[in-house]
Design a protein around this ligand. Structure first.
Ligand SMILES: Cc1ncc(COP(=O)(O)O)c(C=O)c1O
Length: 396
């Protein structure tokens, strides 16, 4: 069939990274490419008990339609925890439960962005968000970053010279893919710039609780006294991504529109899993659970970094992460990480080339992303050995 796809979708190209990731379906391949949590981190036994109890005592509620705003106990517990622990949410804000953080990004774009409107995003950035923006024909402008987050001088110049900027998209804590954390000073300045130039900020923060080193930096939303910041959170990385539960805390007028968009999109988030998540929060200590995940990821990150230091002969630069799931690496200038990742794929170990996270998908870059949350310690050891083997001849 010769399908005529909509202009919105036909601009989305299947990315070259797929070809590389295809090899991860082979079980003998070691993947440093995924963004998946460690399966050991899932509280499966606790959830099995809760699930059985829901079906024994409250099956009708779990199997019935629910409200689009979200299962009320989960909404309330989420809002309360975010306010008490992180000072996120004011009286003008409201909370919406979504089908993952991805849905916040997609629906916010649907609600705010007309074709050709501009979204400013970090360079590099999360591919799922970039593709959501592209699917609404938004114009993306990338703002470079350093270790402290977005370059705010470039951002301000861009704001001065660009019309129709709808929002600034940032992942300020343990950024995907770079792992960077935006400093508090920059968070404050970013908010000031957003006020001055009257634009919104989408703060996407699915990793912010996964800190295993360094000092806590408060969410930008916790500094927001006017309703300019939309906070997107997720239970994917702290409970389970398969549940598909995320949340949005934003000004109530915006949440009301997002709720209409959600009705159109999927009516409501899976009620059974919302009930499981709510009961988990009521009966178990989520903070203690997260602390265990942080210990696990901290030790895997350390192992990966130590092995890189030992075996890569200084050929790959990176900054030791203080949290999150990723290590952002760079070959020497002039090398193409896409080609390097293809070569490592042939040796059965895969990482993601940096071009996959670029506003310009055809960019040639020496950067690549490594994930340390999913592979076991043995896989990290073997995978780094295999990569070191490729590097030996690849970078002279
Ligand atoms: C930066 C970022 N935002 C949002 C998401 C979406 O996560 P989910 O939809 O599972 O909550 C991800 C997933 O990897 C991510 O890396």
């Amino acid at each position: 069939m010769n399908f005529k796809f909509s202009e919105r979708i036909s601009t989305l190209q299947p990315s070259a990274i797929r070809e590389i990731l295809k090899v991860t379906q082979d079980p003998t391949v070691i993947s440093f490419a995924a963004g998946n949590p460690a399966p050991e981190s899932f509280p499966a036994a606790e959830m099995a008990e809760i699930a059985a109890e829901i079906f024994a005592n409250d099956a009708a509620s779990a199997l019935q339609y629910g409200v689009s705003e979200g299962y009320n106990p989960l909404r309330t517990l989420t809002a309360k925890r975010m306010k008490e622990k992180y000072n996120v949410g004011r009286t003008f804000d409201d909370t919406l439960i979504t089908s993952g953080g991805q849905q916040v990004i997609e629906m916010l774009t649907k609600v705010l962005v007309n074709e050709g409107d501009v979204i400013l995003c970090e360079m590099p950035s999360f591919i799922g968000a970039l593709n959501a923006f592209r699917s609404y024909n938004a114009k993306l402008i990338g703002i470079p970053m350093d270790d402290d987050g977005m370059d705010l001088e470039v951002l301000e110049r861009t704001l001065q010279t660009t019309k129709n900027v709808k929002f600034i998209y940032t992942i300020p804590t343990f950024q995907n893919p770079s792992g960077h954390v935006m400093s508090l000073a920059r968070r404050k300045k970013l908010l000031e710039l957003a006020e001055t130039y009257n634009v919104l900020i989408l703060e996407d923060s699915p990793y912010f609780e996964l800190r295993f080193a360094g000092e806590y930096v408060p969410p930008i939303k916790s500094l927001d006294e006017t309703g300019r910041v939309i906070f997107s959170g997720s239970y994917s990385k702290v409970l389970s991504p398969g549940m598909r539960i995320g949340f949005c805390i934003a000004h109530k007028d915006l949440v009301a529109k997002l709720t209409v968009a959600k009705q159109v999109s999927d009516v409501h988030t899976n009620l059974f899993f919302q009930m499981i998540a709510a009961r988990f929060l009521e009966r178990h200590d989520l903070d203690a659970h997260i602390a265990k995940i942080c210990t696990l990821y901290g030790s895997r990150a350390q192992l990966m970094c130590d092995l890189i230091d030992e075996k890569f002969d200084g050929k790959v630069r990176y900054v030791r992460p203080t949290g999150g799931l990723f290590l952002w690496c760079s070959l020497p200038d002039g090398y193409d990480a896409m080609d390097f990742c293809r070569k490592t794929g042939e040796k059965k170990v895969v990482a993601v080339p940096g071009s996959s996270f670029s506003v310009d998908e055809h960019e040639v870059t020496p950067t690549f992303r490594m994930n340390y949350s999913l592979p076991s310690e043995d896989q990290i050891r073997t995978g780094i050995d295999l990569m070191a083997d490729v590097l030996k001849d690849y970078v002279k």
